[in-house]
Each structure stands twice: as structure tokens, then as C-alpha cells.
Write a protein that binds this ligand. Structure first.
Ligand code: ADP
Length: 633
């Protein structure tokens, strides 16, 4: 688990992920972003109006003038009644304005945040689909799932909450500061005296909190990995009766997360009341100095009078520092989360794709089905053109098939039969040599056109969530119902399908009926019939089906293969007897080739396998025993 994954490698190389996020995904939505920030600014400023107006109104009680900061006195009424009326309008209006802009800000900020997330999600998925098969061999699907779900969520909560909270924080701090200074610079100095302490305290907190947040994030990751592992391994857990062992491992990871969370919370619960206490100190100091001024006279260094209303404004506003400042810790946490998540997102985006269309790739059309393997070698972890890397799985293999011919591959498990045929579909690219279809190197043609010319029936048949008809249509999404039924008939599947509760409209997959292996395979064959490719790749299923089903499947495959170039991996040699050429593969090399009759004559491995499958085990010489022992898959 500590082994470095491809992911980690590219993740570590991601530079300035947040800037990339804003650049690549934010740009088309900058309008929403700007609107959100602006609306937030206006909402925050409007929310400062009531305490200021209230103070101004109170100031008129002892005969003072109604005056507001930043507003020329000439615009304001002089009488108390007029002042009162204006105050009511302003206070009511500011609440309305705050509400309206808060709404606008919410809509705009979410359009931005969720719009970005939607685009990131779709792009990640699209990229995931293009990744090389070898990426999935490393079983990193859990990580991809995490990116598509929790990482996009992290980004979203940052873009939505943290970003707008910091706008709010800035606006409030600046707004309150400006208003106070304009109202009464002396008293503002008193009220703001604790501000540097608050900032210092916040800085101290951030320094302490950061490693705790980081530790917690890492514990969350570890616990998730552990859970994922435990769930996918549930069968092993049950068969080895190791539930207690697994629970203990999860308990340890969970305990770790609990401890890290508590360490973080202890600090943040210290911080929040601390901030509130500091705001209280500011309030008390303001009340002390302002009250003294009001009741006794100007404090040392001050002159003139202080209106009671001004003190009211100060007391109201001094209380509004603490809450947004206390948000700072959340903002930082969300930022750090988002940073880690965007690194993962761009780590995924940056994984290079090896098997892809060349810029000048042409479409493969009107295929005759002439297939050539020319000195093909392959290693799963090898680099193209570099023979030195990886363990060779296919070693210098050459053969060819004329249009319409059938080539069968036999040999022990692990010899490389499946691998050899996956190369034809470009699930992987050859490490050396060339595969040609009708003379085109398959790396020079468009992948989609290549794959549409090759029908593949594998050992495992995956059915997507959807109806039977939907699943058959993976062969041709434009096919009409008649074509689907015809394909099913050719695949010997029509009968069992019509016996299902909703016929072709029966749902299969996660929430639908479960089909047997033989039924699934016939649906896969129907898919290929509908696809009508010129080349077939058949990886014979080893799952046990009853004799009649096997006969049906074989009959439909034979019909399908009749006039197409066909490559078949066979475990039951009876099915390949009629092949034009049989290749015996051992350790990635072709050791025997020829027709059934040729190979029997040769009296090599094939002839031995044949006699074993015919039931004549005892006649097997020791030399072959070892070789066939591998082949009972
Ligand atoms: P066969 O189809 O003849 O049983 P395969 O082509 O499945 O053989 O496997 C050939 C060799 O390649 C085996 O040694 C197997 O372990 C290895 N192999 C198969 N698939 C992968 C993979 N995805 N990644 C790495 N090695 C693989």
C-alpha cells in the first residue's frame, strides 16, 4: 500500500493546481464569479447600514444633527421627524438589500462552484476512459472513484464557502474599520486595539492547526483505503474467518482518525472562544472609554463630545469582528483540502496516455480481414522500442491470417494467449514488432475504427445497467428493434430472452435480473452479431455451462466465424479442430503450428494435450506432464 502509484508520481509533479483550476475551469464562468463577489460585497456593506443609521438616529435625541459617514449633510433632513423617517427607510431598505444581494450572491457563487465541479467531473471521467489499460491493471479504480466523488466535493466546498467567506471577511474588516474611523477616529483606535492581537492569535492558531489538519487528512485517506480494501476483500475475510482481524485493523485506523480529529478540534475549540473573548475585550474597552467620554468628559488625548448614538454604533460593530475572523480556520482548512484535491485532479489529468490515436491516424474502413503479426514482442511494464524493460510476455511472435480464416490459440495458462489477442485490439501497444490489418500498422489507424472492425467475446461478459436490448445495442447504438431481435436469434439468445418477464425490455445488471454465465455470453455474441465486424476475437469461456448451452454457443459462434477472420483461444481442443491454423503458445513463443492433422502427426505438446482431453491421461510422458499441468484452467 505504501508502494508509489502512477497517481502519486504525477500528483507530485502538479504545479500551482489552484491557479490551473481557476484558469482552466474558472475562466468560462468568470462572469458568475465576479457577480458573486460583487453581490457579496454589496450584501456585506448593506449589513453595516443598520448599526450606523441607528447610531445617527439616537444622536438626534439630545438635539444633535442627523449625520452619516460619507454622506454630505446637505442631503440629509434636519428635523427629528424627517431623520426618523429616513432611518426607518434606510434600515428597512438595508435589510432588503442584504437579503436580495445575499440571494444573488448565493446563486452566482453556486453557479460558479458547481459549474466548475461539473466540468471537472466530466473531464476526469473522460480522461479516465482514455487512460491506458495498464492503469486499470494496477487496480487504482478506488482512487479514481475518490477523485470523481470526494475530491470534486472538496473543491466545490472551497469554491463555494471558503472563497465567499474570505470575501465576506475582507469586506467586513475593511468596511467596519472605515466606518469606525469616519465616525470617530479616537474611539476607533480603542475598538481596533485588539485587532492586531486577533490577527496574531489567528496566525498562531494557523501555524499550530496546519499540521493537525494535515495529519487528519492523511488519517482520513488511510481509513478510506483500509475500508475499501476490506470491502473488496470481504470474500477472503469470510472464507478465512478473519472478520475480527479486519475489524481490529479498521478499528486502529478509525481510532487514529478519532485522535487526529480530536487534536484538531481541541485546538479549534480553544481558538473560537479565544476570538470571542478578544471581541469581548474590544467591546468592554469601547464601552469603558466611550462611556467615560459620554458621562465624564473627553478621555486623555481626545476632545469634543461623543454622541450616545455613536457609541451605540461602535458597540454594535465591535461585536461583528469575531465571527468572520473565527472563520479563518475553516477557510484555511478548506483551502488545504482543495489544494490536495486539485493536485489529485490534475495528477489524473496529467497521466500520459500511451495508447492513443496518432495525429495523422486514418480511419480503417472496408476491411478485408488480412491480419499479420510481424515479430511481435510485448512486456506489460515495457516501454515501446525498449526491449530492456519489463518481463517479456510475448516473445517474437509472427503469424498471419487470410480473410475469413480461423486461427486457434492453445497452450498452458499464462502462455500469453489473451495478451496476444489484446494487442490486436490495442488494449496495449506492442513493445517491438508490428501488427497489420490489410497492410496498415494498427497504430496508424484511428482506434475507434480499429475496434469497430473487431468483435470481441471474452471470458467475462459484463452487462451494463439497462435493458437486454440496450446491452445488445452496444454493438450498434443505431440498430432498430428488428435488428436487435435478429442478432439475438443468431446468437441463440432469442428464446431465453422472450421467456424473461419483460422480454427484451427486461432490466439486467445491478438492479435487474441476474443472468447465468451462458446467457450473458449469448448476449455478448448478439452484441457482436449486431456490430458485424470483419474480424473476431473469441476468448473461450472457461465457466462451466451445461452441454446443451455449450452446443448452442458453439453453433452460433461457428456461424458468426464462418466468413470472418477469427482468432479463438480454446481450452477445449474439440472446438478448434476445424481451425485453418492452430498455434501452440508456450511462454510467449509459438512452439508448434499447423492444422489439427499436422499437429497430431508432429506428436508434440498439442498431440499430448489432445490425448489428455480425449481421456488418455496415463499415456502422458513425464516430459509433458509438467507442461500440461499448467493448462487446466
Ligand atoms: P493466457 O491467456 O495464455 O493464460 P495471459 O495472456 O493471460 O496468458 O498472461 C500471460 C502472462 O502475462 C502471464 O504471466 C500473466 O501473469 C501476465 N499478465 C497477464 N495480464 C497482465 C497484466 N494486466 N499486467 C501484468 N501482467 C499480466
Amino acid at each position: 500500500m505504501t508502494e508509489e502509484s502512477v497517481f502519486d508520481r504525477y500528483r507530485a509533479d502538479v504545479r500551482r493546481p489552484m491557479r490551473r483550476l481557476f484558469g482552466a475551469y474558472g475562466r468560462p464562468r468568470y462572469g458568475w464569479f465576479a457577480l458573486g463577489v460583487l453581490a457579496n460585497l454589496l450584501a456585506q456593506f448593506a449589513s453595516l447600514v443598520p448599526p450606523v443609521v441607528l447610531g445617527a438616529a439616537v444622536n438626534t435625541l439630545d438635539g444633535g444633527r442627523f449625520s452619516l459617514p460619507l454622506v454630505p449633510n446637505a442631503w440629509l433632513p434636519t428635523g427629528t421627524t424627517g431623520a426618523f423617517e429616513l432611518s426607518v427607510v434606510l434600515i428597512g431598505g438595508s435589510f432588503l438589500t442584504t437579503a436580495a444581494f445575499t440571494y444573488l450572491y448565493g446563486v452566482a457563487a453556486n453557479e460558479f462552484a458547481h459549474g466548475v465541479m461539473h466540468a471537472v467531473r466530466v473531464d476526469c471521467f473522460e480522461k479516465m476512459g482514455r487512460l491506458d489499460m495498464s492503469f486499470f491493471d494496477d487496480k487504482q479504480t478506488g482512487e479514481v472513484m475518490a477523485i470523481l466523488s470526494s475530491d470534486t466535493e472538496n473543491l466545490e466546498s472551497f469554491l463555494d464557502n471558503a472563497l465567499t467567506n474570505s470575501v465576506r471577511l475582507g469586506t467586513l474588516l475593511v468596511g467596519i474599520g472605515v466606518v469606525l474611523v469616519l465616525e470617530n477616529a479616537y474611539l476607533a483606535a480603542v475598538t481596533l486595539l485588539v485587532a492586531p492581537v486577533m490577527v496574531g492569535f489567528t496566525y498562531w492558531f494557523m501555524k499550530r492547526a496546519e499540521p493537525l489538519y494535515a495529519a487528519r487528512r492523511s488519517s482520513v485517506g488511510k481509513l478510506n483505503t483500509r475500508l475499501e480494501n476490506a470491502i473488496s476483500g470481504i470474500e477472503l475475510t469470510k472464507t478465512t474467518a478473519s472478520e475480527a482481524h479486519e475489524t481490529e485493523r479498521v478499528r486502529r485506523s478509525s481510532k487514529r482518525l478519532f485522535e487526529d480529529t480530536m487534536a484538531m478540534l481541541r485546538l479549534s475549540y480553544f481558538y473560537r472562544p479565544g476570538m470571542e473573548l478578544l471581541a469581548g475585550v474590544s467591546f468592554t474597552l469601547t464601552f469603558l472609554v466611550g462611556g467615560y467620554w459620554l458621562f465624564v468628559g473627553p478621555p486623555p488625548g481626545a476632545s469634543g463630545t461623543l454622541g450616545a448614538g455613536t457609541l451605540v454604533t461602535f458597540l454594535f460593530l465591535s461585536q461583528r469582528f469575531a465571527t468572520p475572523l473565527a472563520e479563518v480556520s475553516n477557510i484555511i482548512d478548506q483551502y488545504e483540502n482543495a489544494l490536495a484535491s486539485s493536485e489529485r485532479v490534475f495528477g489524473l489529468m496529467d497521466i500520459p496516455v500511451g495508447v492513443t490515436d496518432r495525429p495523422d491516424a486514418v480511419a480503417l474502413t472496408d476491411v478485408d480481414g488480412h491480419v499479420e503479426y510481424d515479430e511481435v514482442s510485448f512486456a506489460y511494464d515495457g516501454e515501446p522500442g525498449d526491449d530492456a524493460t519489463g518481463e517479456t510476455v510475448i516473445d517474437d511472435v509472427s503469424f498471419s491470417a487470410e480473410p475469413g480464416e480461423t486461427v486457434a490459440l492453445v497452450g498452458p495458462t499464462g502462455a500469453g494467449k489473451s495478451t496476444l489477442l489484446k494487442l490486436l485490439l490495442r488494449m496495449y501497444d506492442v513493445t517491438a514488432g508490428e501488427i497489420r490489418i490489410d497492410g496498415h500498422d494498427i497504430r496508424d489507424v484511428q482506434m475507434a475504427s480499429l475496434r469497430s472492425q473487431i468483435g470481441y467475446v471474452g471470458q467475462e461478459t459484463f452487462l451494463f445497467d439497462g435493458t437486454i436490448a440496450d446491452n445488445i445495442r452496444y454493438g450498434d447504438f443505431d440498430a432498430d428493434h428488428e435488428a436487435v431481435v435478429e442478432a439475438a436469434r443468431a446468437a441463440e439468445a432469442h428464446e431465453f430472452i422472450t421467456n424473461l418477464p419483460d422480454g427484451y425490455e427486461t432490466r439486467v445488471g445491478e438492479r435487474g435480473v441476474k443472468l447465468s454465465g451462458g446467457q450473458r455470453q449469448r448476449i455478448a455474441i448478439a452484441r457482436v452479431v449486431l456490430q458485424d465486424p470483419q474480424i473476431l476475437v473469441l476468448d473461450e469461456a472457461t465457466s462451466a455451462v451445461d452441454t446443451e448451452t455449450e452446443y448452442l454457443i458453439q453453433r452460433s459462434l461457428d456461424a458468426l466465424a464462418a466468413d470472418r477472420t477469427t482468432f479463438a483461444i480454446a481450452h477445449r481442443l474439440s472446438t478448434v479442430k476445424g481451425a485453418d491454423e492452430i498455434l501452440v503458445l508456450e511462454d510467449g513463443q509459438i512452439t508448434e503450428r499447423g492444422s489439427h492433422a499436422d499437429l497430431l502427426e508432429r506428436d508434440g505438446l498439442y498431440a499430448q494435450l489432445w490425448s489428455v482431453q480425449a481421456g488418455d491421461l496415463d499415456s502422458l510422458p513425464d516430459e509433458f506432464r509438467e507442461r500440461v499441468a499448467l493448462s487446466d484452467d
